[in-house]
Design a protein. Structure first.
Length: 230
């Protein structure tokens, strides 16, 4: 299942010009950072370490300009951002769902800088409220130095659970995990605490479950309680 997609069009390696354009975009950002924010963050975190260190500060400045909706003079960072895609090659980056898990599918055909610029300029296509929520997330992705997997998603999303259902609708996931009936509206802190403790008793290894499964179940219960706590 396709959750997010970013097409970055860019100059071919054999051409002397440096141009960047955007193609098809699927970038949902609700609830922030959304699947779109996670994909943009993954593209930046993957490719920024390969960018000339002298240009990294300018990438940060460009992201702030985009966040503020400011006019960006061209060319910027040695590349011209344009609408026309004629003669350009394309790199396609996707976030896909497999069961209740998510996976990044990043396919860069051009330079690392072109991928980063494509991700930053894609933020410009979002509304002002989404840009302001997303930019701090992308700034965190710029500092990430690790594998692009569950720990990366947890860092950007600010959640201990990286399941597809938890990221798509955190509140509905938390209600279901804690055993509230479908259609439940407002819940009290006391109700949440009671069901959390009941879940802990069921998840404990003394009840016959494996320690590994119990560890994940307990972590999910804690995340559910955090989401639902007033």
């Amino acid at each position: 299942m396709l959750l997010a997609e970013l097409e970055v069009w860019h100059s071919r390696p054999t051409t002397p010009t440096r141009r960047v354009a955007l193609g098809h975009l699927v970038l949902p950002t609700d609830p922030a950072p959304g699947f779109g924010g996670l994909l943009l963050g993954a593209v930046i975190a993957t490719h920024l370490p390969e960018v000339d260190p002298d240009l990294v500060a300018d990438v940060h400045r460009l992201l702030r300009q985009v966040e503020q909706g400011a006019r960006v003079p061209q060319p910027r960072l040695r590349h011209r951002y344009q609408v026309d895609r004629h003669g350009l090659a394309v790199s396609v980056h996707r976030l896909v769902g497999e069961g209740d898990n998510v996976r990044f599918d990043l396919h860069a055909q051009g330079s690392a800088l072109a991928q980063v610029l494509g991700a930053v300029y894609a933020v410009e296509r979002l509304d002002e409220a989404s840009r302001r929520l997303l930019v701090p997330v992308l700034q965190r992705s710029m500092r990430w130095r690790g594998p692009i997997g569950p720990s990366f998603i947890a860092n950007l999303a600010g959640t201990a659970s990286t399941s597809l259902s938890a990221m798509a609708d955190p509140r509905a996931w938390a209600l279901e995990l804690l055993g509230f009936p479908p259609g439940t509206g407002k819940v009290s802190k006391r109700e949440v605490t009671t069901r959390y403790r009941e879940g802990l008793r069921r998840a404990h290894p003394d009840h016959g479950g494996s320690e590994a499964a119990a560890s994940k179940a307990i972590a999910d219960l804690g995340e559910a309680r955090k989401i639902l706590s007033p």
